[in-house]
Structures are given as structure tokens and as C-alpha cells.
Design a protein around this ligand. Structure first.
Ligand code: HEC
Length: 178
């Protein structure tokens, strides 16, 4: 009897030890692995969209206070993965340039950090983008070989975060306006 409860005690201590070590490891791993979005933005995007997110009027559209940055996350992720071209109206300015694709240069984690940065930088105050959301959109659009057109991205079918089975699991986020 005494032996049995000693054994139980022993198991209990081991179990607590295991739980604590998993928690501690998770905490440390998360702290050191999460990339910082701001330096990624500075090296990848600021040459065109500028450090202050205002772009260059008529040439590179602003990322500050525009719906395509702070609105639907699925559209933003698609746009940055594969690029976008075609007339894009922001305020009273029409942009006709081409935005390059980034899917081979940024992994899911980097893309999540970068997009979270632009959604909260300057006057923007939108929700974070997670690594998992980037992964789901990347998987669903994996076959895409060319830039999106603005028309395609205005279509709801190309917005939202698809689930692993191909249907929308998160409702479209339509906060913010251009
Ligand atoms: C070589 C210049 C260039 C770089 C670098 C660049 N972009 Fe763009 N971006 C553009 C152009 C040009 C457009 C407008 C495309 C159009 O007219 O359809 C655009 C459009 C956008 C839009 C839509 C903006 C709006 O006002 O509605 C977003 C969001 C965006 N880019 C994000 C990014 C992010 C994030 C990066 C860095 C990973 C980046 N861009 C890097 C040129 C660039």
C-alpha cells in the first residue's frame, strides 16, 4: 500500500515536471523564433511604399489607412504572395503599376510578422495576421503562377481565409475603408 502511493507520488512529480518543461520550452521557443515585421518591411517594401507607408502619389499606392491593408486579411495575403496588377483606385488616384510577388522570398512566419506590422503601423489599427492564416491561403493558391488583377481581388471568392478543406472558415473582415 505504502509502496503503491509512493509510486503514484513519483509519477505525479514526473508529470508536473513534464508539463512545466513543455510550457517553458514553448515560451522560450516562441520568443526567439518570431521574426520582427518592421525590418522586413524596411528591406522588402519601403523602397516603393516608403518608410512612412504613404507611397509615392501616382506611382506607388499608400499602405497607410487603406482598406486593402486593414480590411480583409485573405485578400491582403493573396496580394502579397502573388503580386497585383491593373488599375487600382485609392482615393482619387488610379495606380496602373505592378506589385511584385513575394511568395518565394518570405516564409509563412515572416509574411505574418510583416503583414501584422503594416496592419498596425502608422495610423493603422487592424488585427494581427497569423502564420496559420498565411499557410492556409498559400496552400489554397499554390497553383497560381501570375499576379492577381485588382478585379479578381475585388471578388469575394478571392477573399477570406480558406480552411484545409477549401471552404471559408473565417468570415470576411471588412473593417476600414479606402
Ligand atoms: C517595386 C515596387 C514595390 C515593392 C517593392 C512593393 N510593392 Fe506593393 N505595390 C506596388 C505597386 C506598383 C502597387 C499597385 C499595383 C497596381 O496598380 O495594381 C502596389 C500595391 C500594394 C498594395 C495595395 C495597396 C493599396 O493602397 O490598396 C499592398 C497592400 C502592397 N502593395 C503591399 C506591399 C508589401 C507588403 C510589400 C513588401 C513585401 C510591397 N507591397 C512591396 C509596388 C511595390
Amino acid at each position: 500500500m505504502e509502496f503503491k502511493s509512493g509510486l503514484q507520488h513519483c509519477f505525479f512529480v514526473i508529470l508536473i515536471g513534464l508539463i512545466l518543461s513543455v510550457v517553458a520550452e514553448g515560451g522560450i521557443a516562441q520568443d526567439s523564433a518570431v521574426p520582427d515585421g518592421e525590418p522586413l518591411y524596411m528591406t522588402r517594401c519601403a523602397s516603393c511604399h516608403q518608410a512612412n507607408g504613404e507611397g509615392i502619389s501616382g506611382v506607388f499606392p499608400p499602405l497607410n489607412e487603406v482598406d486593402w491593408v486593414t480590411g480583409d486579411k485573405g485578400r491582403l495575403i493573396r496580394l502579397v504572395l502573388d503580386g497585383v496588377m491593373g488599375p487600382l483606385q485609392v482615393g482619387d488616384m488610379v495606380y496602373t503599376g505592378a506589385m511584385p510577388p513575394w511568395k518565394t522570398f518570405l516564409n509563412d512566419q515572416e509574411m505574418a510578422a510583416l503583414l501584422t506590422y503594416i496592419r498596425t503601423a502608422w495610423d493603422n489599427d487592424a488585427s494581427a495576421v497569423t502564420e496559420n492564416e498565411v499557410r492556409l491561403v498559400r496552400e489554397a493558391t499554390n497553383d497560381r503562377k501570375k499576379a492577381w488583377t485588382t478585379e479578381e481581388l475585388e471578388d469575394e471568392i478571392n477573399q477570406g481565409i480558406p480552411g484545409s478543406f477549401g471552404f471559408i472558415i473565417s468570415p470576411r473582415d471588412t473593417t476600414g475603408t479606402n
